[in-house]
Design a protein around this ligand. Structure first.
Ligand code: TRP
Length: 328
């Protein structure tokens, strides 16, 4: 039998997850569980690159694990662990930092975008090294595939360069990881088709939202500005509610599309329908989440077990690194 490839997936602990995370990442992670050996990393050190206040990190990490497990990630098959609890990440990060130039990191478009969006005037050494730490995350487990969205591809490219450089210098230890792009494009946020759903933009539907919250949020969703009255014809192609219908009510899409175009279907009704649909889609999720929230010991056990397994794997790799480098 051929060996299952290793997947390393990671997210920064931003707290409760939203529908964009489900569509853009989690569904994909769950689908990959059977076929591959998965490691699920909580990038809690990475959270510090853009926010020095560390007081929320632990709580956010717990909330994120609840969402992962409620979405169907099986922690028995795939260890879930925090970066900060596996010290080998820091060591490999340090060794890797010698294998890439500062100029190369300054050219990284993913960090450039962040600097622009967050109005950062002087980037820290640690933030510049964001992809170096990410390379350590991936390669510590010899990750071969990294499920990411387009925006993360430049980071994975840096991990490939570092792996190549290490192998050329000290002998082959690491695979060259490849990005595994998620199938579905990012979900737009409630404020328009051009912006993706994101927590910071305040335009998201959380996986943990209750039915009345889902309904209230959708009521505020931006639709076609030319469709003012119920019977005005609308343009589904520029409407985010239609995008949600495409994703979550595939059976009704053609009827909704013609109803919108002809004016027979008003926005209020259309939004009610998607709210009802999302309420149904998220029902099992809410149930599972409530169960986990009531038993926080389960989450602690999941992390303790995942961190122990991750540490064992990380130590093996570091043993190989030490002998390749003749470091003690
Ligand atoms: N940079 C990723 C993000 O912002 C998080 C991350 C950290 C990651 N380490 C990783 C993703 C390793 C994949 C693999 O979403």
């Amino acid at each position: 039998m051929t060996r299952a490839k290793t997947i390393l997936s990671g997210m920064r602990p931003t707290g409760k997850l939203h529908l964009g995370h489900l569509v853009g990442a989690l569904e994909n992670w769950v689908a990959l569980q059977g076929e591959y050996a998965n490691y699920h990393l909580i990038a809690d050190y990475h959270a510090l690159t853009t926010d020095l206040d560390s007081s929320g990190i632990e709580g956010n990490s717990f909330d994120m694990v609840i969402d992962w497990v409620a979405a169907g990630i099986d922690p028995v098959r795939s260890p879930i662990f925090r970066q900060s609890q596996v010290k080998e990440h820091t060591e490999l990060h340090l060794l890797f930092s010698m294998l890439i130039t500062a100029a190369r990191l300054e050219r990284n478009p993913a960090v450039k975008d962040q600097v622009r969006d967050l109005h950062i005037e002087n980037i820290t050494y640690g933030h510049l090294g964001y992809p170096v730490l990410q390379a350590a995350d991936i390669l510590l487990y010899k990750g071969e595939l990294v499920p990411v969205g387009e925006d993360q591809v430049p980071h994975v490219e840096i991990a490939r360069e570092i792996a190549r450089r290490f192998n050329a210098q000290y002998g082959t230890v690491f695979p060259e990881p490849e990005p595994k792009l998620t199938r579905f494009a990012r979900l737009p946020g409630l404020d328009g088709v051009d912006r993706k759903m994101s927590k910071s933009a305040g335009n998201s539907i959380l996986l943990s939202d209750q039915p009345d919250q889902i309904q209230a949020k959708l009521r505020t969703a931006v639709t076609d500005p030319q469709k003012v009255r119920r019977n005005d014809p609308g343009r589904p192609e520029i409407c985010l509610v239609f995008k949600y219908h495409q994703r979550f009510s595939p059976g009704e899409v053609s009827e909704i599309e013609s109803g919108c175009r002809s004016g027979a279907l008003g926005c209020v009704e259309c939004k009610k329908r998607i709210a009802a649909r999302l309420t149904d889609v998220l029902a099992p999720f809410r149930e599972k989440r409530a169960e986990l929230e009531a038993n926080p010991g389960i989450i602690r056990d999941i992390l303790a077990d995942g961190e122990q397994r991750a540490r064992a794997r990380a130590r093996m790799t570091m043993g190989e690194v030490h002998s390749a480098m003749k470091l003690g």
